[in-house]
Each structure stands twice: as structure tokens, then as C-alpha cells.
Design a protein around this ligand. Structure first.
Ligand SMILES: [Zn+2]
Length: 370
């Protein structure tokens, strides 16, 4: 079975998160040279396939998810019956990320030798809570001393054309709420009350859109994005007792939650306020001159004649859990312009090119570790 045939088989499986739709069994039987380690937790199925070629060397692991988001409305044809038209495959998961799963799997099938160990980590819990998936498998791998050294997650990363972008990390996410306290009063006697809007007004420009660092070659500046401001009783004759302001910061590795706290506390110094900050994801980055990133960039460059940009844009992915263990991890996959939408689709030539890049990465890692 070639990559496109495998992809069509995967797309035909209805694997709405956290259901794997039988895909994990299918991949396990396809990669029958690899030892399967099944890891099921709270009804979520995960599969780790591994093959030791040499005692010495490196452990490289492809990773990804087989689950998809529900199809929603607006499809021209059944989202779980792949339709091929003019070299394009239409189905839910075509970009996110069954094309990646197919390309990783066939690249591993083709590997005949490797200086070390090759593995594949698949979960069916990425689009859901992502608690019993990759995170749980990594804990188990740590316990049995089988954590990989390097990893590529085949999430869709390309922007305009195949090969133009890889992800070398992700930004973190910090949610914040600040309550500015005043004293309610009659609008005709503003001197007798303390209007929290007056407190906020001159400070708002220091908050909304404020950049807390200047970013670097892979991270955009960490910016305060205000999402909500409310206070008062929706009347014109009473000034409010408090105003609540909510915001989010997608932070780079240059700005921590403590930096954010100090910045905001300084702005509201000498006023009555309360601040709550919560970090829902931590930023991480794998250097572009690391072995895994440079190998991937070289492979893309030599096969596609494009130098991919190293990006950290977008939401979160399971790569953050892998990075937590100190594993060098990058992400590369097909174009990301139709994910989670109706009539999600992928070009067949991009799927084949992805397979080619992955085969090339395996052989270059092999050479590098000899
Ligand atoms: Zn995905």
C-alpha cells in the first residue's frame, strides 16, 4: 500500500475524537515489523510502535493524532467517504492530520536500517481534552525508559505552498482578569464617587495591544489582547462600583507569567485592584540549528527547493507535551488552510512530497548519528 492508498483507507474511518475508528489497529498491522505497545486510558486508545535496528544510536519518533473534529455542515459529499477530484482528496482529516499519519507510517515501513531506534506515537485524543493521549503515553514511556531523543509531529504547518513552513515551537497562553475597584455614585456628583472608568481610561492604552517583548526570529512579540471590559448597570445616571477587564497573552519564551504580573501591577499601582493570571500553556522552542530542525530543513530544501520558515504561530499541539521531556521536537506537515472546515482537502502531490521528506529525514538522521 502506498501513502495515498493508506491515506484513503484512513480517511474512510470515522474517527471523531476520542474514537480511533479502528485506525490504530490498521496502522499496527501495516507496520508489523514494529513492536506495538498499546496504552489505553479512560477509554482513549493510544499506540506506540517501535523498532530497534541497532543497540547504539538515537531514538527518533514520529508522532501525531488519528482523531478528527466532527464534520459540521456544508460538505458537498460524505466527509468520511474520501472523494478524489483533479488530484485533490476531500474528506475530514485530509489536512489535520491523516495525511501526516499516512506519510509517517509509510516512511517508517520503508526504513530498512537505522542507527538506533525508530518509533511512531499515535493518539486518538488530541482534538479533545488531550489528557489521556500523548501526555499519558509519554509518562508511560518515561516509566519504561523508552522516551525518544528526537521527534517530528506531522501536524499541517505549510502556509501558501508545500514546504514553506515548519513549526519549531509554540507560544504559551496566559489568561488574565483585572478588577478595578471604585465607589458607585450619582452621575451628577462625580466628585463624590470614585469612578473606576476614570481609573482605567488613561491606563487602557498601556494594556490593550501592548507588546511585552520585541519577539525574536521565531516568536512574535508577546502582546496583551483585551477580550472583554464590563462594569456598571447599563444606565446613564449611575457610575459603576467596579470595572472588570479580561485579556489573553500568547507569550514567547521571553515573557513569563511573573513578567506579566509585574507589568500590570505597576500600571495599577496606587489604585484598588485585583489581578488573576492563569497559564494554560507554556511556550517552548527547539532551536533551528538543532539536529532535528536542521535535518528537516535540509530535507525540505533538497526535495522541494524551498527554505521553510521557522514558525511558532497558531494554537497549541501535542508537541508541547513532547518538548516538556526535553525531547527536541519540530512539526511539519501539509498545508494548513482548510483544517476543521467543510470540504477539508489535500493535494495528492503534497501527500507524496511529505512522504518523500520523511524518508529523507530518516536517512539523514541515520547518517548524522553514525
Ligand atoms: Zn491536528
Amino acid at each position: 500500500m502506498n501513502t495515498v492508498d493508506l491515506l484513503l483507507a484512513l480517511l474512510g474511518r470515522k474517527s471523531i475524537t476520542p474514537d480511533d475508528g479502528g485506525i490504530l489497529e490498521l496502522v499496527a498491522s501495516y507496520l508489523d515489523e514494529y513492536e506495538p505497545i498499546w496504552f489505553n486510558k479512560n477509554g482513549v486508545k493510544n499506540l506506540f510502535l517501535t523498532r530497534k535496528f541497532q543497540d547504539e544510536g538515537i531514538h527518533f519518533c514520529f508522532a501525531g493524532h488519528v482523531d478528527v473534529v466532527p464534520p459540521g455542515d456544508g460538505w458537498n459529499t460524505d466527509p468520511f467517504v474520501p472523494r478524489v477530484e483533479d488530484g485533490v482528496i476531500y474528506a475530514r482529516g485530509a489536512q489535520d492530520m491523516k495525511s501526516g499519519v499516512a506519510a509517517m507510517t509509510t516512511a517508517l515501513k520503508q526504513a530498512s536500517d537505522f542507527q538506533g531506534r525508530l518509533s511512531l506515537l499515535l493518539t486518538s485524543d488530541e482534538e479533545g481534552d488531550a489528557v489521556d493521549g500523548t501526555q499519558a503515553v509519554l509518562e508511560h514511556l518515561r516509566d519504561i525508559n523508552l522516551l525518544p531523543d528526537y521527534s517530528i509531529v506531522a501536524e499541517p504547518t505549510c502556509e501558501v505552498k508545500f514546504g514553506d513552513a515548519i513549526k519549531v515551537g509554540r507560544r504559551g497562553s496566559v489568561n488574565g482578569t483585572v478588577w478595578i475597584e471604585g465607589r458607585q455614585g450619582h452621575v451628577a456628583y462625580p466628585e463624590k464617587s470614585l469612578n473606576p472608568v476614570d481609573i482605567l481610561a488613561p491606563r487602557l492604552s498601556l494594556l490593550s495591544g501592548a507588546k511585552l517583548d520585541s519577539g525574536d526570529e521565531v516568536f512574535a512579540p508577546s502582546q496583551i489582547v483585551v477580550t472583554d471590559i464590563r462594569g456598571g448597570m447599563e444606565v446613564t445616571n449611575v457610575t459603576p462600583s467596579s470595572v472588570k477587564l479580561m485579556f489573553n497573552i500568547r507569550n514567547s519564551t521571553k515573557t513569563t507569567i511573573e513578567d506579566i504580573r509585574l507589568y500590570i501591577e505597576d500600571i495599577f499601582d496606587n489604585t484598588q485592584f485585583r489581578l488573576e493570571l492563569k497559564q494554560s500553556a507554556f511556550p517552548f522552542v527547539t532551536k533551528s540549528d538543532s539536529l532535528i530542525a536542521s535535518t528537516l530543513i535540509d530535507s525540505i530544501n533538497s526535495l522541494c527547493h524551498v527554505v521553510p520558515k521557522c514558525s511558532t504561530a497558531g494554537g497549541t499541539s501535542d508537541a508541547r507535551f513532547i518538548a516538556n521531556y526535553g525531547i527536541e521536537v519540530v512539526e511539519f506537515g501539509v498545508k494548513n488552510d482548510r483544517i476543521h472546515g467543510a470540504n477539508e482537502c489535500v493535494a495528492i502531490e503534497d501527500v507524496e512530497a511529505l512522504h518523500g521528506v520523511f524518508c529523507n529525514v530518516i536517512s539523514n538522521l541515520d547518517k548524522a548519528s553514525k
